[in-house]
Design a protein around this ligand. Structure first.
Ligand SMILES: *Cc1c(COP(=O)(O)O)cnc(C)c1O
Ligand code: SF4
Length: 339
């Protein structure tokens, strides 16, 4: 399906949006009215391919080679440069893997790699080199991982991550959620996802009904969703509407952003992001110093710059609107608070 197809909005599903997402650098540039000579050297066939839904491209500004949304998805040749200090597994995912697809790094929470698929490929992704082929593919394959959680009563929160867990269909996703919420000592579920941002129609009626069953049922488990919004321009009416539905269905919404050079490394960008997030009912939770993963060095900002941004945010915004500035140091008991 191309962009010229006439659509019946009722028949159009999030799966169709995902199939119709842009996978070619040249098509993306054409849609934005850009030519390659306006941009740094591109990589047209990267190992980690271009993937960006049209709904997200629509929020990019045309004729703007430094658009902050474009920079998050455009594959550049510089990603192939080797930079000292940057590694394939920068955050120690491998060392904290207990069973296939289960990372147990922090005492009270276990993280499940629910899938390797995403709605978008973020160039700064810290799991861009993750060995997803080693993780469970079907509900039955989760048996050992679920048993691991049952055997570890200190785990009271299960985090679904990936990849993007909302890449799974509703039946599979909530089948997995039910398996973990059936465990008595698991009182909370957390879902990390960029789907509501990338393809807001992913939050369909069935998703909302299943979410309500989890969070508002007789024996409810609290559901926390962490969206990954890096720039205010990502927040549009469709995302706000999806957030309203999620909140009415009982989810608490948090945001985690990454400090990215050229994208959100100045005060106005961070301030506008925090304001628009809180207006949409999303609490800014973390601002991450970039994980030093191979291929992402050109996004790195000076840590001191992040500290100054946060200090200025504190002067202007409500206390709850200022995220915690953190970095992940492999082997620590939690994320490390910088400010
Ligand atoms: C970041 C992370 C968590 C969650 O940490 P919080 O500080 O609770 O948000 C859990 N498990 C792993 C493996 C993580 O990387
Ligand atoms: S959505 Fe998350 S896991 Fe997927 S590419 Fe982006 S940062 Fe990586």
């Amino acid at each position: 399906m191309g962009s010229n197809t006439t659509l019946d909005p009722k028949a159009w599903t999030w799966q169709a949006s995902l199939r119709d997402a842009i996978r070619s650098v040249d098509e993306l540039l054409e849609l934005l009215g850009l030519s390659a000579d306006q941009l740094p050297q591109l990589d047209r066939s990267p190992d980690f391919p271009l993937l960006v839904p049209r709904e997200y491209v629509q929020r990019m500004e045309r004729f703007h080679p430094k658009d902050p949304l474009l920079l998050q998805v455009l594959p550049l040749a510089v990603e192939n440069q080797w930079t000292p200090g940057f590694h394939i597994d920068a955050v120690g995912d491998h060392a904290s893997t207990q069973e296939p697809g289960v990372l147990h790094k922090y005492q009270s929470r276990a993280l499940l790699i629910a899938t390797g698929l995403c709605a978008v490929h973020c160039r700064y992704c810290f799991r861009r080199h993750y060995p997803y082929q080693e993780t469970p593919k079907s509900l039955a394959q989760w048996d050992e991982s679920i048993q691991y959680i049952i055997d570890h009563p200190q785990i009271d929160e299960v985090i679904l991550s990936g990849g993007d867990p909302l890449s799974l269909g509703n039946a599979k996703l909530f089948g997995l959620i039910q398996r973990v919420t059936n465990i008595d000592h698991v009182t909370r579920v957390r879902i990390h996802t960029r789907f509501p941002v990338m393809i807001p129609s992913r939050i369909d009626r069935e998703f909302i009904e299943l979410l309500e069953k989890t969070s508002l049922a007789q024996n409810p488990k609290s559901v926390w969703m962490v969206l990954h919004v890096n720039h205010a321009n990502e927040i549009d009416p469709a995302l706000r509407e999806a957030c309203g539905k999620l909140r009415r269905a009982g989810a608490v919404l948090l945001n985690q952003a990454v400090l990215l050079r050229g994208v959100n490394d100045h005060f106005e960008a961070q301030r506008d992001l925090c304001k628009k997030l809180t207006d949409a009912g999303i609490i800014p939770y973390y601002l991450h110093q970039l994980d030093r993963v191979t291929g992402t060095a050109h996004f790195e900002c000076d840590q001191h710059q992040g500290e100054m941004l946060i200090a200025r945010l504190r002067d202007e915004l409500s206390g709850y609107a200022v995220p915690r500035f953190v970095k992940e140091i492999a082997g620590q008991k939690s994320k490390t608070l910088i400010l």
